[in-house]
Design a protein around this ligand. Structure first.
Ligand code: LLP
Length: 463
């Protein structure tokens, strides 16, 4: 479609809410390495490539929409986390961000452990050969059946989330003739600076046992008395998409405070602490995430300092990054279907997916970037909103972004940093089929999670 058919629309300043992009980038063809996977670039024709494969080929071969995952980048990030924490600490990848058998295999090969939070995630981990003792099992309401499976499989730890669960896990383990290693998840009362739905350390929410009022100390007291469980440490996860290390500092201070109280009361020094995940990534060029080695250094220093002050042996630290490993490694590839310029407002660009493959914008008001990837363009920037094909006006993938004003149906656009919590939170809303995950590395591509089919949908609908 010609450029004149899609006028550039208003200049951003009139309509962009405060805190959003300050203006169009000087060159829309440039892909900011902060938000794109490591091996992404453009070939001589201006087509975006990843892992040596161009997106037009990927779209032809696998269709759109598709999540395209850079395996080289995933492995590099996993390795960087592993190396940053060294052999005195453990890195548990949080499977909830995105889990598949290929991912489990990569994690295993790169020396990471795995955090699962449901029977389904546990089954995926075990079926792909993750050794059970490298798995941590989370959740605020694990069923007895899930607990039995986890204990029988021999998972390395179960993270206890309530008073009932302390007894429940001890009971199951005893009845299976086992002693299960456990941690207790506590809430330390930190207000993490992130969206309310992904902040988890303030007291008024469903996770963990509050430190306040002596509840966490009481949980430890009860756990230490039960034969079926071996209490190995305390767990704290303060929230997600966090850039500011001060929340972790307060959390570590309070967790170590509890370890000290436990030592004073019981004469027991718990050997481990887990500080959870939650480290932020760049969704747009405005975000400035920290590198794993900076995070490792900061966390290790905080814990060591606090323990020295409390005259405790420094416990083994573990962390559970999900988004920070997988988030930046994938983008969602869409085909543009319709383009609707609204005078004085913005241009609505409809793609062949939407809130069923990325619910984060609707759910958390998340911000994303977007780029034209099947070609370059020197056309004027237009203020665009990328929307999906669902019957819902909140079906927005990218709220405010600049795309070239000569954008046309059939163009491929891609939304970067969709590796975490997009496929794993995908739905079948409107019976739209969930996209495949295509892994790319060294000039080769392969499907690691296939596209859903109408047969898949109908198989569940037993009539
Ligand atoms: N550990 C625990 C105990 C967690 O609950 C979580 C995330 C993680 C680790 C990993 O957090 P990450 O490093 O990935 O931020 N659906 C939301 C995020 C929910 C996070 C739930 N728990 C989103 O799309 O932003």
């Amino acid at each position: 479609m010609s450029r004149s058919a899609h006028p550039a629309g208003p200049r951003h300043a009139d309509v962009l809410p405060e805190g959003h992009y300050s203006g169009p980038p000087s060159d829309l063809n440039v892909l900011d390495p902060k938000v794109w996977a490591q091996t992404v670039g453009r070939d001589g024709d201006g087509v975006v490539t990843v892992g040596g494969v161009d997106v037009k080929t990927l779209a032809e071969q696998y269709g759109t929409p598709a999540y395209v995952l850079d395996e080289t980048d995933f492995r590099a990030r996993a390795r960087a986390w592993r190396a940053a924490f060294g052999s005195d600490a453990d890195v548990f990848y949080a499977g909830k961000a995105f889990l598949s058998r290929a991912v489990v295999k990569w994690l295993h090969e790169e020396g990471l452990n795995l955090d699962v939070c449901s029977g389904g995630e546990l089954a995926t981990a075990l079926s792909a050969g993750m050794p059970a003792d490298r798995i941590a099992f989370h959740g605020n309401n694990k069923s007895v059946e899930e607990i039995e499976r986890a204990v029988s499989a021999g998972v390395g730890r179960i993270v206890l989330d309530s008073f009932q669960e302390i007894v429940r896990v001890a009971h199951v383990a005893e009845s299976l003739g086992k002693r299960q290693r456990v941690q207790i998840r506590i809430t330390v009362g930190v207000e993490a600076h992130t969206h309310e739905f992904i902040a988890t350390a303030h007291e008024d929410q469903k996770f963990g046992i509050p430190l306040a009022g002596g509840q966490a100390a009481e949980a430890v007291r009860r756990a230490l008395k039960l034969d079926g469980i071996e209490l190995i440490g305390i767990h704290s996860h303060i929230g997600s998409q966090i850039f500011d290390m001060s929340g972790f500092e307060v959390a570590a201070h309070r967790v170590v405070g509890l370890l000290k109280d436990v030592r004073d009361e019981h004469g027991v020094e718990l050997p481990e602490i887990d500080l959870g995940g939650g480290l932020g990534i760049a969704y747009t060029s405005d975000d400035d995430p920290r590198e794993p080695h900076e995070i490792a250094k900061a966390l290790t220093e905080i814990v060591t300092r606090e323990c020295e002050a409390a005259r405790l042996r420094t416990p083994r630290i573990s962390v559970e990054p999900g988004r920070a490993i997988v988030g930046p490694t994938a983008f969602t590839l869409y085909e543009v279907g319709t383009i609707k310029p609204l005078d004085g407002l913005r241009t609505y660009v409809s793609v062949d997916g939407g809130m069923s493959d990325n619910i984060r914008t609707a759910l958390y008001d998340a911000e994303y970037s977007v780029a034209l990837v099947s070609r370059t363009s020197d056309a004027e920037p237009m203020l665009a909103r990328v929307v999906g094909k669902h019957c819902e006006s909140g079906d927005i993938v990218v709220k405010d972004a600049f795309l070239p004003s000569d954008l046309a149906p059939g163009d491929l656009i891609a939304v970067p940093a969709t590796g975490a919590y997009c496929r794993s939170m995908a739905s079948n809303y409107n019976h739209v089929l969930r996209p495949p995950v295509v892994a790319v590395a060294d000039g080769e591509s392969r499907v690691i999670v296939r596209r859903e089919t109408e047969e898949d949908l109908l198989r569940l609908d037993v009539g």
